[in-house]
Design a protein around this ligand. Structure first.
Ligand SMILES: [Zn+2]
Length: 269
C-alpha cells in the first residue's frame, strides 16, 4: 500500500531515521546488545517498506577513546546487518549523519564519518553513504552560513566524503552559533545560517540536485508547511511540481501528450 501511495505521490526517496536511542558505539554490553538488535529491526523494517535510506547517528564513545568508539560502531553495524533478514534483496543504504560533535559524540568531523564508511564497506554488504545536516554542520564548525565558508565546506565534503556519497541533506537552521557544538534546530532563515545562507546552500551546484528534508521545530500548526515554502522560495524551485498539475511522471506518457514530438522522433530515428 505504501509503495502504491509513493508512486501516486511521487515520493522519492523515502528516508527513515533510526531510533535516537540506538548507540552502536557504546561499550556498555547491555546498551550495545540492545542497540544492535534495535538497529537490525530498523534495517528489516526499512527493507520491508522499500525505503531507500536509513539515517543513523554514529553515537557516543563515552568511556572509551574515539578510535574504540568507531571500532565498536562499525562492528555493531556489521552485526546488525549480518542478522538482518532480506537485506540483500533490497536497496536500503545506511546514511551516517554528521553531528555537532559535542563531548563524546562521534561524527562532528568529516574524517570520522569517512573512517566509519571505509571500514563498513569492508565489513558489510549494506551500502553506506552520508546525510548532512546543515544545523549540525554549522554547530560543528563548518561555516555554511557564509559564502566563503560554504565553498570551503563543500570542498571538504568533496575531498573527505565524496560528494556522490552524500545522498541526503537535512535542512535545518541553527539556534546556536558557528562552532557551538550544541544541537538546537531553528526554522529556515531564523537561525545562524539565515535566509541568505540557505539561498546559497540550495543554489550550490554540488548540492542543489540532492534531496532536502526538513527537521525544523513544529511549535505552531503549519510551521512545517511554512518552512517548506520558505525553502522552495529560497531555492527558486517551482511551487508546484509537474505531478501536482496532473502531468505524468513517466517520460513515455509525457511524450504521448505531445503527438507532434512523437512524429518527429519516429521520422528522425
Ligand atoms: Zn539535530
Amino acid at each position: 500500500m505504501l509503495r502504491r501511495a509513493r508512486e501516486r505521490l511521487d515520493l522519492y526517496p523515502l528516508a527513515i531515521h533510526a531510533n535516537y536511542l540506538v548507540n552502536l558505539a557504546s561499550v556498555d554490553p547491555a546498551i550495545r546488545e540492545r542497540s544492535i538488535a534495535s538497529f537490525r529491526g530498523e534495517l528489516e523494517r526499512a527493507a520491508d517498506i522499500g525505503a531507500e535510506y536509513l539515517v543513523l547517528h554514529p553515537g557516543s564513545y563515552k568511556g572509551q577513546s574515539l578510535e574504540e568508539g568507531i571500532a565498536a560502531f562499525v562492528l555493531g553495524l556489521r552485526d546488525a546487518a549480518a542478522g538482518a533478514a532480506g537485506m540483500m534483496k533490497t536497496g536500503v543504504t545506511v546514511l551516517l549523519e554528521n553531528t555537532v560533535g559535542s563531548g563524546a559524540q562521534i561524527g562532528g568531523r568529516f574524517e570520522e564519518l569517512r573512517a566509519i564508511r571505509d571500514y563498513a564497506v569492508q565489513l558489510t554488504d549494506v551500502p553506506v553513504g552520508y546525510c548532512l545536516d546543515t544545523c549540525h554542520l554549522l554547530a560543528a564548525g563548518y561555516d555554511v552560513s557564509s559564502e566563503a565558508g560554504l565553498r570551503e565546506t563543500v570542498r571538504e565534503v568533496g575531498r573527505v566524503l565524496g560528494i556522490e556519497n552524500v545522498k541526503l541533506i537535512h535542512a535545518n537552521d541553527s539556534k546556536t552559533p558557528f562552532g557551538s557544538h550544541v544541537d538546537r534546530h531553528a526554522n529556515i532563515g531564523e537561525g545562524h545560517i539565515g535566509k541568505a545562507g540557505f539561498r546559497r546552500i540550495l543554489a550550490h551546484p554540488k548540492l542543489r540536485g540532492k534531496p532536502f528534508i526538513l527537521e525544523t521545530p513544529v511549535e505552531h500548526d503549519g510551521d512545517d508547511r511554512l518552512n517548506l515554502e520558505n525553502l522552495k522560495k529560497l531555492g527558486g524551485r517551482p511551487e508546484r511540481p509537474p505531478q501536482a498539475l496532473g502531468l505524468p511522471h513517466n517520460l513515455e506518457d509525457l511524450k504521448k501528450l505531445c503527438p507532434k514530438s512523437r512524429t518527429t522522433t519516429t521520422k528522425s530515428s
